[in-house]
Design a binder for this molecule. Structure first.
Ligand code: NDP
Length: 606
């Protein structure tokens, strides 16, 4: 059949060839030093990279008082928990935050173009409670930071907050049934209850590139953007001070993908140093129409949207897809493939193969998009991602690939090897030096390092038991929130709960609601201690281990990155980093029934 007569079907995908290519690209990137390839900033010669460029430091007297609830971390976790506690009538909540204001990741990440990849209708917490209408489908960082501040103001969380303050110790006092909290500002106060919401990605890291300390030009990490140097602002104003500058950005993850279009507009010359390309799918952002919003924002709207998203993304689908984004699209495709299987072939193996087929198709589309957009052939080839979509953080952008068509932008691909060397004057790849005035490190955040190191403190529970010891062989909790031996402590994060990574705030708002109800119940009962029983914790962990385990995101088949511990065996403890076996949607239903019953089965109030 000649081409003209051929039906408009896509060419068949050679799966074996693709798999071989994926493997070869992964192998090229595997390195023995894993997480040790990165430099820790704290306390070392690069500590100045951590300084807060956004808020001046204010001296204050140390606190030595008592509060009902102290929460570590002023990001979404602390804010939603604080808000739910306030709604439950617990007003003296003290949030302790290392940044100069609320916001967590949205406090620190003010790089140009910063934006959330999850739809704002479900990502931005407490929209209904605060009456805020998101301005666009995928909100930009300044609006998300404002929402954090709005929550802080509305729920009275500023009054008691301690900013620019880092925890140095959390110690349970059994005699007083209280936690003793120590900080780097000399505070030593007590709290009846504490919450931990330190987030997964808050400690910036630098690549351990030889010579990195030799560079004589200007440099900073994307999470401490130096607008004094670049000009412009977090809202995207032109960084006019870069007009005569040669700038290098190292890293091409989700941060770089958003910053590069802005740098491309501003820099005299921009070099983008790439080790592994990100997959860049369509963004299709759009303003939110106020009239449409008024029509849907009827009581309970955000909860309906949250549940609908989770049902579509991690719950077997729903009749309607309210959010319609890259995440629900991914799930819809997988479900369609599985739906195409005859009933007798719906075995776990065949379902995984159907998932793989859908992934191959998606990634072929993403690679074809690069060819369609990027004019220079070699640059386009280098920008293609050769791995399964969930091996690395999927990215969505409508200006990143286009930026490489700008004459002043050059992709310097390192063929999976990373930057070879940094000199006094610039960046070296394959023996060639690129002289620059400024290096911007878009090199991400610590993930695989020890929790204690990232948090900067350990938690000391009953009888001196440290949380790091209790979890030495893996995390053990009920719901990811309660830990036996650590009374009156609540951990706010997704693991061992819904584990819904595509919309982390949904995990947090549900946890916050639960904690508000538990603390209210304890106060009403006059209980001084709340603790999960050993049995209930063991039962929960056993239930978790009946599930499918860690899926592709932790797979050794993937190209290395923080999703899979840089390609290294994460050890036996990693098997506990899972969620409710029946999935996120089922977990939220279960949790609602658990807390609404009022008996909080598995917790002891005494
Ligand atoms: P990442 O860890 O995703 O990216 C770091 C980048 O640095 C990678 O491209 C990495 O390459 C590269 N790199 C590391 N070492 C070297 C080296 N020696 N030479 C050259 N390149 C190197 O960090 P990000 O800050 O981009 O993102 C972190 C996470 O934050 C995201 O995964 C996402 O979860 C979240 N985020 C979310 C956003 C959103 O919602 N839109 C926006 C931004 C971030 P390699 O891949 O080979 O390791």
């Amino acid at each position: 059949m000649d081409d003209a007569a051929a039906p408009a079907t896509k060419p068949a995908i050679d799966k074996q060839a693709l798999l071989a290519k994926y493997r070869a690209e992964r192998d090229k990137r595997l390195r023995a030093d894993g997480n040790d390839q990165y430099l820790e900033l704290k306390g070392g010669r690069f500590a100045h990279y951590l300084q807060d460029p956004y808020t001046p430091f204010v001296e204050r007297a140390p606190k030595t008082d008592h509060v009902t609830f102290a929460f570590v971390g002023g990001g979404f976790a602390g804010l939603v928990t604080g808000a739910r506690l306030a709604e439950a009538g617990v007003k003296d909540v003290r949030i302790i935050e290392k940044g100069g204001d609320f916001g967590g990741t949205w406090y620190w990440n003010r790089y140009p173009g910063a934006q959330c990849d999850t739809a704002s209708m479900i990502y931005m917490p407490l929209l209904e409670e605060t009456g805020h209408r998101p301005s666009e489908k995928y909100a930009h960082a300044p609006e998300i930071l404002e929402q954090c501040q709005r929550i802080g103001r509305q729920f009275g969380l500023y009054d008691n907050a301690l900013f620019h303050t880092e925890i140095t110790g959390l110690e349970w006092d059994e005699a007083q049934s209280r936690w003793i909290i120590s900080t780097n500002r000399g505070d030593r106060f007590t709290a009846s209850f504490i919450g931990l919401g330190t987030g997964p990605l808050h400690v910036p890291k630098l690549p351990g590139i030889p010579g990195i300390e030799d560079f004589q030009g200007h440099s900073f990490h994307t999470s401490r953007w130096d607008y004094d140097y670049t000009g412009g602002d977090p809202k995207g104003a032109l960084m006019e001070k870069l007009a005569d500058k040669r700038v290098a950005i190292i890293g091409t993850g989700a941060t770089s993908v958003q910053a590069v279009p802005h740098l491309a507009r501003a820099c005299g010359q921009l070099y983008v140093f790439q080790r592994t390309p990100s997959s860049i799918d369509v963004r299709a952002n759009a303003p939110i129409d106020p009239e449409w919003f008024s029509s849907i924002a009827t009581p309970g709207w955000q909860q309906r949207w949250l549940e609908n998203f989770t049902q579509n993304q991690a719950g077997g689908g729903a009749d309607e897809d309210l959010v319609m984004d890259g995440w629900t699209d991914l799930s819809r495709r997988i479900r369609a493939k599985i739906g195409d299987l005859p009933p007798e072939k719906r075995t776990p193996r065949d379902m995984l193969l159907a998932f793989e087929d859908s992934d191959f198709e998606k990634m072929e589309e993403i690679r074809a998009r690069v060819d369609a957009i990027v004019q220079d052939h070699d640059t386009a080839q280098a920008l293609k991602a050769w791995y399964r979509q969930l091996c690395k953080r999927p990215c969505f952008h409508d200006a990143y690939l286009q930026a490489f068509n700008t004459p002043t932008v050059r992709l310097i691909d390192t063929d999976g090897q990373g930057v070879e060397k940094i000199t006094e004057k610039g960046v070296v790849v394959a023996g060639q030096e690129y002289e620059v005035d400024c290096i911007i490190y878009a090199s991400g955040f610590e993930v695989g390092t020890e929790y204690k190191r990232r948090a900067g403190f350990d938690v000391t529970g009953r009888d001196g038991l440290k949380l790091s010891e209790a979890w030495a062989d893996g995390m053990r909790t009920k719901h990811g929130t309660h830990v036996h031996g650590f009374p009156n402590l609540f951990i706010v994060q997704p693991t061992q709960g819904a584990n819904l990574i595509s919309n982390v705030p949904h995990n947090l708002t549900e946890a916050g609601r639960t904690i508000g109800m538990i603390v209210r119940h304890a106060l009403d009962q006059g209980a001084r201690q709340v603790e999960v029983t050993q049995q209930a914790q063991d039962d929960w962990v056993s239930l978790l281990l009946t599930g499918p385990g860690r899926m592709m995101m932790g797979s050794a088949d993937c190209t290395p990155g923080y999703y899979n511990n840089e390609g290294q065996d994460p050890g036996p403890a990693a098997k506990y980093n899972v969620g409710y076996p029946a999935g996120a949607a089922a977990y939220f239903k279960y949790l609602d029934a658990w807390r609404s019953s009022g008996s909080f089965e598995g917790l002891e109030f005494r």
